[in-house]
Design a protein around this ligand. Structure first.
Ligand code: ASP
Length: 409
């Protein structure tokens, strides 16, 4: 049986057993959840060395700094564009669905705003004054910057830089291998992750906010069908069906872990082996995407901002809605690829248009369910952009699904 099928069975079994255990979610959290944490830790263990090594290899294998600049520029452009479209879809759905109409805030809770850090500080902070500290603290933006600098250095040094490149290349290969090994445990890991989520968020928690959940899930489907299908079809001439099938292992892991950083090893593996993205493009575009490209998060923030406005009966002007598009696009860049990060950044979006933060307290209860959908979109979006960039660089290989081969540079 194929691994993807096994993972899906694990997912379904988790949902089924979670529903059965609904009344006594204690069993799920005490006895089943630790296995999910174990699986997540195994994946997390791989992230930092993988991002560092694969980005160094990706940047260095561009061959020259000019190509690196070109591919980098294109990648960021695609990422920003798809994210802005995602928030817009979110806002349109929020206007159409009116998920907050008829709901009144019951709890009297205070939510702390995440202060918007000054732009200069954010930018300055990307360059690590101590790269080892960045690595230890898993500060992904700093790791990306450091890796890009090493990659550029290797390219400029020439012959003498080769041994260092071989070292990182070898480290990346070992990390890919470890990913495969950890992934063979995925069916059990996914089962253990999903069971407690379903047991704790049974139908009683979900129903009152059903419209928000529905809007986020429908938005996710619309965004995938319109934006990603067109991207792979028109830019890469790849059948969308083939794309979604190829990226599905990463999507399944994203759904159950709600972490795009955690899914990164699987995303890289799927893009290379199932979609034919070259090693150099995959190892450059995907780690970047797992950190800065969050279409699902932006879409969710659009819907939630309207939800909060509606429960307070506030009408948002067009200018305010445009401001949501801008802030959510920027906020999603700063969102870490870990569970729940998008919810924290939501407070920033609400503050930007002067909406009461307390409104987000209602969302908190169902956030995990929304997080699973938005993480899938975050990850699938990275994959679609990787395919598009690879195609424009002539680095997309034809993959025969029967005899899978790993694309190499
Ligand atoms: N969990 C999301 C991710 O890892 C981020 C978010 O919370 O929106 O992609």
């Amino acid at each position: 049986m194929k691994l993807t099928t096994k993972i899906l069975i694990g997912l379904m079994a988790g949902i089924g057993i979670g529903l059965v255990l609904g009344g006594s979610s204690q069993i799920a959290t005490t006895y089943i959840a630790p296995f999910g944490t174990l699986f997540l830790n195994l994946i997390r263990m791989i992230i930092v060395p993988l991002v560092l090594s694969s980005l160094v290899v990706g940047a260095a294998s561009m061959g020259d700094v000019k190509k690196l600049g070109r591919v980098g520029g294109k990648t960021i452009l695609f990422y920003l564009l798809t994210t802005a479209i995602a928030v817009t879809i979110g806002i349109v759905l929020g206007n159409l669905f009116k998920p907050g109409a008829g709901i009144t805030l019951l709890q009297d809770v205070t939510v702390e705003a995440k202060p918007v850090p000054p732009l200069v500080d954010t930018l300055l902070n990307i360059i690590p004054s101590n790269p080892l500290k960045g690595l230890v603290e898993a500060n992904m933006l700093q790791i990306i910057a450091f890796a890009l600098f090493i990659g550029i250095g290797i390219t400029s040094v020439g012959e003498k830089g080769r041994p260092l490149l071989s070292f990182f290349d070898s480290l990346a290969e070992v990390m890919y291998k470890l990913t495969s090994m950890v992934m063979s445990l995925a069916p059990y890991g996914v089962f253990a992750l999903i069971t407690p989520v379903v047991a704790q968020n049974g139908p009683s928690v979900l129903l009152p906010l059903g419209k928000v959940i529905l809007a986020v899930y429908i938005g996710a489907i619309i965004h995938s069908i319109i934006v990603y299908s067109s991207l792979v079809k028109f830019v890469a001439k790849m059948s969308p069906l083939k794309f979604f099938k190829g990226i599905s292992p990463a999507a399944t892991v994203a759904f159950s872990t709600a972490s795009s950083a955690g899914t990164l090893p699987v995303t890289i593996k799927s893009a290379k082996e199932n979609l034919g993205v070259s090693n150099s493009i995959a190892s450059f575009v995907l780690p970047l995407g797992a950190t800065i490209n969050m279409d699902g998060t932006a879409l969710y923030q659009g819907i939630c901002a309207l939800f909060v406005a509606q429960i307070y009966g506030i009408d948002l002007s067009l200018a305010q809605q445009v401001s949501i598009v801008l802030t959510a696009t920027l906020a999603s860049i700063g969102t870490a690829g870990v569970p729940g990060a998008g919810f924290i950044m939501l407070t920033m979006v609400l503050t930007s248009v002067g909406l009461p933060l307390e409104g987000s307290a209602l969302i908190a209860g169902i956030d995990r369910i929304l997080d699973m959908a938005r993480t899938v979109i975050n990850v699938v979006g990275d994959g679609a952009v990787a395919v598009a960039i690879a195609a424009t660089e002539g680095e997309l290989e034809e993959v025969n699904n029967k005899s899978k081969k790993t694309a190499r540079t």
